[in-house]
Design a protein around this ligand. Structure first.
Ligand code: ARG
Ligand code: ZN
Length: 423
């Protein structure tokens, strides 16, 4: 009882003092444009360096790269750029000012445990409480699974939505698997998953969507990192595991899967934001996803895998590890185009999605969950959805008022996915 009361007080306090411990005071954002391949390669090497965060990466020559640099590194950074003949522009003089503005605009209302909201960003424990509440309220269609335990001990819950087993045991129902939030700072991703859960479980109009198709959804794949972005460092991306022989924390979960691990676009330096980990599946969170597929998908019932990220308004399919297209790219592209159209036609944010392999649309990045799920996990149709970032001044900072229109248009895309899988 006492424990419960003091916990409530603690929560209230953290709501009142919703500030980040880590300050971006004096951090600058540099914009750099590469004009030839030498410069592109130079920037790629730069990205593997410690302490430089590429919040925007060029997809083509002459596109801008935006890099966040700490005050103590700025002088050296500018020297290196000049030494290599690269021009730069400083587009943000003080990142902390933008963080400050976001904190003011994103009022965190007390929503009450067990509820969900799309008007502000929830804490991880609030997401879990919501999942527990709907599973308790709708036991005939919603069940919880213990998906795993994060490095810092947070419970990772997966919700299954199903109307029951197939009437023909020889033909099991197809499952759609959805995860979100492997990258901590991509705050718009968990609400996209939560909205799908809410629409399926709590909106009776959508009952047909779990008639012939089962759903398995995990709204927060990196709860430690997520909590850290809420309390300490808004732009934290990785997990929060301690690295041997380094003071730098965390691994990039989406470089940690064991398919062409460390092949391209990943770093072996623990201080890098794209650190692939000391070995593949070093993180309990990525190992949990692997184990889920190895136990639950031996019979290939999962027909569609979706992982939510931000940003970019992109429907990406494998491969990500290199600029190679899969044999079934036509299927992936066709379905992707269908979904992109549905999202646009939802008419809430009217995002225009690009559909392509992730290495071609973005950059090579090996060790992603999408590649592993397709190659090893047994799911042909595997997508990374890069959600849009709306009117935010900088990436990952989707304004709270745009959560709802964003998740609504995304939901329209999910329905299109479902209709295809059902057929
Ligand atoms: N923005 C994502 C990342 O950098 C894209 C992942 C796409 N998938 C991939 N296997 N590279 O992790
Ligand atoms: Zn991401």
């Amino acid at each position: 009882m006492l424990l419960k009361a003091s916990f409530a007080v603690l929560c209230a306090l953290s709501l009142l003092n919703w500030t980040n411990g880590f300050s971006y005071e004096g951090y600058k954002v540099y914009e750099i444009v590469a004009h030839d391949m030498t410069e592109v390669h130079f920037l790629r090497e730069l990205e593997k360096q410690d302490g430089l965060d590429f919040i925007k990466k060029a997809h083509h020559l002459d596109d801008p790269n935006d890099i966040v640099v700490a005050p103590k590194d700025q002088e050296n950074f500018e020297k290196i750029l000049k030494g290599n003949g690269l021009e730069y522009k400083i587009i943000v003089q003080n990142v902390e000012e933008i963080m400050e503005a976001e904190r003011k605009a994103t009022i965190k209302p007390f929503i009450g445990l067990g509820h969900v909201t799309f008007r502000s960003y929830m804490f991880h424990h609030e997401m879990n409480a919501y999942l527990r509440r709907v599973a308790a309220q709708y036991p005939n269609i919603a069940t919880l699974e213990h998906f795993g335990t994060s490095y810092e001990g947070r419970e990772m819950l997966l919700i299954r939505v199903s109307s029951g087993p197939s009437s023909n045991p020889d033909v099991p129902k197809p499952t759609i698997f959805i995860d979100a939030g492997i990258h901590a700072r991509e705050w718009i991703a968990p609400p996209a998953a939560l909205y799908i859960i809410q629409q399926l479980v709590e909106n009776p109009e959508n009952a047909a969507l779990y008639e012939n198709v089962d759903w398995a959804i995990i709204p927060c794949l990196n709860p430690d990192g997520y909590q850290y972005t809420q309390e300490e460092d808004r732009w934290w991306r990785k997990t929060r595991s301690i690295n041997a022989n380094s003071t730098c924390i965390g691994t990039d979960g989406n470089r940690n899967f064991d398919y062409y691990w460390m092949h391209l676009g990943a770093s072996n330096s623990p201080c890098s934001d794209i650190f692939a980990g000391p070995e593949a599946f070093s993180e309990p969170e990525t190992a949990a996803l692997r184990d889920w597929f190895l136990t639950n998908n031996a019979n290939n019932v999962v027909k569609l895998y979706i992982t939510f990220h931000s940003y970019g308004s992109m429907l990406l399919y494998p491969w990500g590890y290199d600029r190679i297209v899969p044999d079934d790219e036509e299927d992936l592209l066709q379905l992707g185009n269908l979904v992109a159209e549905a999202i646009y036609n939802a008419n809430t944010l009217r995002s225009e999605y690009i559909v392509n392999t992730s290495a071609l649309a973005l950059y090579e990045a090996a060790g992603g969950s999408d590649d592993w799920v397709k190659a090893v996990g047994g799911v042909d149709l595997s997508y990374t959805i890069e959600l849009p970032y709306g009117d935010s001044p900088l990436p990952f900072m989707n304004p709270a008022y745009q959560i709802l229109p964003t998740v609504q248009e995304t939901w329209a895309g999910i329905i299109a996915f479902h209709d295809f899988i059902e057929e």
